[in-house]
Design a protein around this ligand. Structure first.
Ligand code: FES
Length: 610
């Protein structure tokens, strides 16, 4: 039996395997938040050709429009001959991506450059070797010496030199010649900046001559099939070498898939990409490199390596020019990685004089606090709620996601990405919805959805939207049209958000206390993350995601970690700077901190927290 995975993949499921098991075994991206139990509703795929009858789980999690269109939950589907599956893999149009598109940076010194040279032809009086001839001409042109190259380059020198009368273009990086090409290709020099998140991965293609961001694509991290957060990935990797290998392969394939997509969507060949910068948390860093991640999760929580690293693309199996340089920004500690360093570079206000806090919101949430006396960093396991996962109708910020919510006594108005009927809610929509529900009295400060029978002061229209759900109550944000499914927030969803925001708030209070200052002494609080641009300061404060502070000190900067990777790609000096910076930051482990535990319980309330 064969199944086609669009656009061009064919897989053969094994007997008794569900579609999701087959997808995972073939390393194809599918969300597996509930471990295939049919309860999370996240493993949605689109089927064409043969479409299996909907299961009970399909009916529970998918609306009629989706069911009729051929959407199914992969974990409930038994493969059949002739199935054609679309996984909806790469996104290049969601708002996260568009937030970076068109950004232009000011400093341009990527460290890699192309030089067009004309060397002299050999004669009996000039018997220098072909390679020596190239190196001499290059040194004359640039004033630098070049001592390193590869056998791959040496083997093609004779042909390249003679193809165009001893003229060629050399791509150089420090004292190394990375590539030689016939003709003048100096105008075509590209790099990519990669943000490896626990839940999603984004790659920006950049013209290294102009500093323009040409295209940004993102997709789900293929590793999510093996666990939703860093702890579950580490546990999975620790089970066997094969499992650790599966995670390494999954993230490399995710990046390679995005590189392929960039090649399709632009006129830039993968071979023309000569530099890559990567940011990611320490777990993603280790799993990408194939390093033992087990010591990250047990006391005293040490990484294999914190310092900045550099490899060739060939070494890492990433499909750009094989000699391209790949730079990984340094880690700060076991759960605070190069993404935090990237976020600091991307939001440099946090290094200015005074007390500044940076919050990088994601599945793994990192905090960085700089005062005039110290620099501290820690991480809190916020879980995937901010990225729209782990929430019944949660989804990433793309077309159909509710991104903003207003509740009045007349009802609920939802703003939807793409201005269409909503199909779910993303992180910023969730935060705003919960604040609005709290302000309107739909939920109390403990986060409990009120009993509509007893909430006499609550507007009738809002009371009508509260109804019994499988566990507790739920509130209807948007009624589905004819056959569409209602978009609701359940009591469980609210608890997920409380756990996530409580962890962040408690982490902030702990860090501030350790630095010997108070929250009111913070000069700025910068929120970064894929959806941070869309957060509103008053919502963040009202639900107690950050302790109470004057609204004008809160800034949102979007995905600063990715911006940092882009800046490090474009300016070699940034790489040198972070090579110094990471040593000066003290890593704080919150796991065993009683201060953190005490703050955590108090931080669950949905109200402004002192
Ligand atoms: S993995 Fe299929 S519903 Fe959760």
């Amino acid at each position: 039996m064969k199944i086609t995975i669009l656009p061009n993949r064919v897989i053969i499921p094994e007997d008794h395997e569900t579609l999701m098991e087959a997808l995972i075994r073939h390393h194809l991206p599918v969300q597996n938040i509930c471990n295939g139990k049919g309860t999370c509703g996240k493993c949605k795929v689109w089927m064409t050709g043969y479409v299996s009858p909907p299961s009970d789980h399909d009916m529970l999690h998918l609306n009629n429009i989706e069911l009729q269109a051929g959407f199914r939950l992969a974990c409930t589907v038994q493969p059949e001959e002739g199935m054609v599956i679309e996984l909806n893999f790469v996104e290049s149009q969601d708002r996260k991506v568009s937030a970076l598109q068109g950004m232009k940076t000011t400093t341009l010194d990527p460290g890699v450059e192309k030089v067009y040279i004309q060397s002299s032809e050999p004669t009996l009086a000039d018997e220098r070797g072909d390679w020596d001839r190239v190196v001499d001409a290059l040194s004359t042109a640039t004033g630098r010496s070049y001592d390193k190259t590869s056998l791959y380059i040496l083997s093609k020198v004779p042909d390249i030199l003679r193809a165009d009368k001893f003229a060629l273009t050399a791509t150089v990086y420090e004292d190394k010649i990375l590539e030689i090409e016939t003709g003048d290709t100096t105008k075509r020099l590209y790099g990519v900046a990669v943000d490896v998140g626990t839940t999603s991965v984004a790659v920006a293609l950049i013209d290294l001559n102009q500093g323009d961001i040409l295209k940004v694509v993102s997709t789900e991290n293929e590793q999510t099939a093996y666990g939703a957060d860093v702890i579950s990935r580490i546990s999975f990797a620790m089970e066997s070498q094969e499992r650790a290998l599966a995670l390494r392969v999954a993230i490399r394939r995710t990046i390679n898939h995005l590189l392929e997509e960039l090649e399709v969507q632009t006129n830039v060949g993968k071979n023309e990409i000569f530099k890559m910068t990567i940011v990611g948390n320490t777990t993603m860093h280790h799993l990408l490199l194939g390093l033992d991640a087990s010591h990250l999760a047990v006391s005293p929580f040490v990484s294999v390596c914190n310092r900045p690293l550099e490899f060739s693309a060939l070494e890492l199996g990433l499909e750009i020019n094989p000699q391209a340089r790949i730079l990984l920004l340094p880690n700060i500690g076991s759960f605070v990685g190069g993404d935090t360093i990237g976020a600091i570079v991307g939001a440099p206000v946090v290094l200015e004089q005074g007390n500044h806090l940076l919050i990088d919101l994601g599945t793994n949430c990192e905090l960085f606090l700089k005062t005039d006396h110290t620099m501290l960093a820690c991480s809190t396991a916020a879980g995937p709620a901010f990225e729209g996962a782990g929430i019944a109708h949660g989804m990433r910020a793309k077309r159909g996601a509710i991104e903003s919510v207003t509740i009045t006594e007349d009802g609920v108005v939802c703003q939807v990405i793409g201005e269409q009927e909503p199909i779910g809610i993303c992180g910023s929509g969730l935060i705003e919805a919960i604040d609005e529900m709290r302000q309107s009295g739909v939920i109390n400060k403990q986060g409990k959805i009120v009993d509509p029978e007893k909430a006499e002061t609550l507007a009738i229209e809002l009371r009508k939207r509260i109804r019994a759900a499988e566990k507790g109550r739920e509130f209807v944000l948007a009624y589905g049209s004819d056959q569409g499914q209602d978009i609701t927030l359940s009591q469980k969803d609210i608890v997920e958000l409380q756990l996530a925001k409580g962890a962040v708030c408690a982490g902030i209070k702990t860090l501030v206390e350790m630095a010997g200052i108070t929250v009111s002494e913070l000069d700025s609080v910068t929120l970064s993350g894929t959806f941070a641009t869309y957060l509103k300061a008053h919502n963040i404060l009202n639900i107690g995601l950050v302790p109470d502070i004057s609204e004008d000190r809160i800034k949102t900067v979007g995905n600063a970690a990715h911006v940092g990777a882009i800046l490090a790609l474009l300016d070699h000096q940034e790489v040198a700077m972070v090579g110094e910076l990471y040593r000066k930051i003290s890593h704080v482990e919150l796991g065993g901190s009683t201060t953190f535990s005490n703050y955590y319980m108090d931080s669950m309330y949905l109200e402004r927290l002192s």
